[in-house]
Design a binder for this molecule. Sequence first.
Ligand SMILES: [Mg+2]
Length: 191
Amino acid sequence: MSSPRGVVCLDCDGVILDMLASWESIAADKFGPITLHEPAEWDMQKRYGMDKKQVGKVWDELDWSRFDPFPGAPEAVHRIVDSGYDLAIVSGIPEEKRKDRETNLKKVLGFVPYLVLTGSGKADKIPVLQNLGAYAYVDDLWDHIERAEGAGIPILGYVAPPDRQHYRYAVPDLKTFVSNFLGEKPSDPVT
Ligand SMILES: [Mg+2]
């Protein structure tokens, strides 16, 4: 992390990798068509109105090394790196998933980025972001964005569902965030 332009930190699930697509496909295979009850909810029981046992079975079958990327996300990651920023992926998953995540990112990006795992989806990412000296941060969980705002991280991107596009920092996807980010500050080094 030595670029004078600063460190861009990205969440992974919901920003680069479409974990939910894999999750939903397993759930649909096992239990039939699924219904989205609460789109901004990450507790799968609430999100899909499924019971605990069903949700547990889907998690058990999920292959963490094979998630597809969102359209344009790999190219967006490369644009960040090619523009001279340092890149760190800050992901709320446990260490035992590291190998799968690295395999997945290698396949999707062509390289394994600097990867910090914070343990769980609910863990506070701010200490990690501050430690990295994050200049920009992108996440799809509003709690993390709100905390990052409170911590004074200069540039934020909230990859939000359609009904939250009016939120502060909201973008539909990483590709849009990166276009805005690089367009606004094409050449200014971070001081
Ligand atoms: Mg996420």
